[in-house]
Design a binder for this molecule. Sequence first.
Ligand code: SAM
Length: 389
Amino acid sequence: MDPAIARLLTSPDGWALVEAMPPYVEAEAMALGTSMRAQGVAPELVSGVLTQSRLRADARVKFGDFAAGMLLTQDGLEQATRLEVAARHAARFRDAGVTRVADLTCGIGADAMAMSALGLTVTAVERDEATALIADHNLRHWPEAQVVHADSTEVAAHLEVDGYFVDPARRNARGRRHDPQDYSPSLDWVLGLRDLHPAVGVKVGPAVAHDMIPPEVEAEWVSVDGSVVEASLWCGPLAHTPGHVALVLRDGQAHRIAGDTHRADTGDLGEYVYEPDGAVIRAGLIGAVADRTATHLIDESIAYLTANTAIDSPFMRGYRVVEVLPLKTKAIAAALKARNVGAVDIKKRGVDITPEQLRPQLKLRGTQRATLILTRMPGHRAALIVEPL
Ligand SMILES: C[S@@+](CC[C@H](N)C(=O)[O-])C[C@H]1O[C@@H](n2cnc3c(N)ncnc32)[C@H](O)[C@@H]1O
């Protein structure tokens, strides 16, 4: 966003216009714009206000009702931590007795808002001018919160705080950066902050290589309703359990599992198959979940667990095995036809067939719906017709 637009939107008149917008309806946006222009509103402000109205509708997914009080940028919204997870970041600092936190990459301020809401005094640093103006607006309810428009790598050492939170930008003009040393700021720089204060928390990509994680920190992978949303490294007093942790947030409930990253045993396919949650897989905790649930792997290199009992666990999704077939299109098509199946959900691991390739080849015409798991098993590949538990 152009800083001039951010200035217009954060001005009392601009904000009053944003506040007065009705809920966003795409088909009505053009007429609304024409009417605002007819009333003498500057074209760049009209466009800025309409964008806010559109982004606000999208922002409800991450921020719920809070979205209504926020200004947003497209990039800022995409990169922002969702409220439920930001509240957990903030609680780490509060529970560790940290009272003054620097959020060194505050973006539009989602994490900084959650920290402020928990009573922490936040210094929020952002190097992009428009984003910093927006963060300042979003933090307006907390007079103690301060937004600094600067490069953190230049100012961090001079801030009077007792802990740091960093959610580095993981994309730049060349696209998404996977190597943590290419983040802005880099992971090495962030971890170096521990020399100033031990309480450092940093968000990293969920695919972070395990060997980049210092052994004494807590690395926590988080999923929300089945999708992995982040991994974070918590240092010093912010680490509850040094090592790997998976945090599964589902239907408003939090489930946490910690453990070492040992391999689960492999054994025969049982009557039920279980798909571990993505956070468990990324954290390397399939072995820990297998121990806890008395399940084992179907194949040592594939993330499907199995057992002869129906198990209810937040760390995995279960399916009853209805039929085991060879992974051959003809055999699968015939078995599904016999069950009058017309629509099939296909899951796969360890095989190179894509659901998009297979589905049309099955030529399904029935009225029932089924779930198919395509997987590798020791020595062969199989298709399992399953029923979600
Ligand atoms: C992933 S976003 C942060 C999102 C934020 N945690 C939230 O929940 O809204 C990263 C932000 O860091 C900013 N940034 C990147 N490098 C920076 C640096 N060296 N100093 C200050 N800000 C930086 C980017 O401009 C971007 O807005």
